[in-house]
Design a protein around this ligand. Structure first.
Ligand code: 1CP
Length: 355
């Protein structure tokens, strides 16, 4: 989960003197940071070290990640003119070279451990652009959505295409699954989500729906037409068979879980997982997303600092409630607090493996 590395001393020492976005765009550094939690905690998958705003930077937007704050833009993009200038920018293949290189290096180092790639959902990215920086209620973004729906739709179509290109580059370079982070979607009503957000999220995910995750295809599998992909080695194909699995995550989304599943379906994702924060128990989440959908989550990050017996009981409960789902990616319900004792995280992983 986001910023997992921040609790690790080896992460902090590697990051000394190097900006966040510069680390993301330096393939050997991004690879090493991705591997650190895998080595230390023995988790079953790695999450690519990058950030949801990296594609904005690669498209030429003046964005920085400020320590202790998060993504900050050179300006708030709110008027039709601001948005018109923004959407002229494109993210071409050349600009994505450091991402492809970092993913390829990481996958080679990981051996059999899968790599989860990710991107920011169009709404969450647009929320940073319209506000210009992190915000609590995303008021300016939600205002624009209603005050000028045409400008809003232009903006989220553009952020969708950026994230789509970012996800696609990661899958083609060897990521085994993707996760779309719509961290702030919980601030929306279901009606607004469905009308003004869900179509662009589906647009972003559709960029990878026809791809097979190369690392998921068993050696010697028949990759000819009709199987996963068309076998021409470019990762594209007819979409039949195993497509890249996708996880769709947000926080405060108890009222949106069914709609978030629908985004995966509309995008043409066959292997669908809905991420659940710590607010909705997984058995309730399962009833909302229905059959054939896996779940991710939903250990409460606050409990990482509680006495071990309290945390352990919670972890057991989360695993038990997730057991009815076709699949359960055990994870935190949101990011690891930076002050978390890494030994506690290792113990959680051991406990889940034992269960
Ligand atoms: O766990 C990992 O380190 C994986 C890499 C990763 C991921 C998946 C980072 C590195 N960022 C993200 C996703 C991300 N970034 C999300 C979606 C997931 C979530 O909800 O947590 C969001 C909303 C961001 C934006 C962002 N970047 C914030 C949040 C600001 C806010 O609005 O509250 C912050 C603090 C960052 C910086 C960042 N990104 C990643 C790291 C390690 C850091 C911290 C920088 C540092 O101090 O090292």
């Amino acid at each position: 989960m986001r910023q997992a590395g921040r609790s690790l001393p080896e992460y902090r020492s590697l990051r000394e003197g190097i900006g966040m976005l510069d680390s993301c765009l330096n393939p050997p550094i991004a690879t090493e940071i991705t591997l650190q939690p895998v080595r230390r905690h023995g988790v079953d998958a790695a999450i690519f070290f990058s950030d949801i705003v990296v594609p904005l930077r690669l498209a030429g937007v003046d964005v920085d990640i400020k320590p202790g704050v998060g993504p900050v833009m050179d300006q708030a993009y709110r008027t039709p003119e601001d948005v018109a200038r923004l959407v002229e920018r494109t993210l071409d293949d050349d600009a994505l070279a450091p991402i492809r290189e970092a993913v390829a290096l990481t996958v080679a180092e990981l051996g059999g451990t899968p790599l989860i790639g990710f991107g920011g959902a169009p709404f969450t990215l647009a929320a940073y652009l319209v506000e210009g920086r992190p915000s609590r209620d995303h008021l300016a973004a939600r205002t624009l959505m209603h005050a000028d729906p045409q400008t809003w739709d232009r903006l989220v179509a553009w952020t969708a295409d950026l994230t789509g290109a970012f996800l696609r580059a990661q899958v083609l370079a060897g990521a085994s699954a993707v996760q779309l982070f719509d961290s702030w979607a919980g601030s929306l009503s279901l009606a607004d989500y469905q009308a003004r957000v869900a179509p662009s999220s589906a647009r972003a995910l559709s960029a990878v729906a026809g791809l097979r995750a190369v690392a998921n295809v068993p050696a010697g599998a028949d990759l000819s037409a009709g199987g996963p992909g068309d076998g021409d080695g470019d990762g594209t194909g007819d979409g039949a068979g195993v497509g890249v699995p996708a996880i769709h995550f947000g926080t405060g989304t108890g009222h949106l879980l069914g709609a978030m599943r629908d985004v995966l379906t509309t995008a043409g994702i066959a292997d669908r997982t809905v991420g659940v924060d710590y607010r909705t128990p997984l058995d309730e989440a399962l009833a909302l997303v229905g059959d054939g959908v896996s779940l991710q989550g939903n250990i409460d990050p606050a409990l990482l600092a509680a006495p071990w017996d309290v945390l352990e009981a919670h972890v057991r409960d989360v695993v038990a409630r997730g057991a009815q789902a076709p699949g359960h990616v055990v994870n935190l319900g949101h990011g690891v607090p930076p002050e978390t004792d890494p030994a506690v995280l290792t113990r959680v992983v051991e406990t889940v493996h034992a269960l």
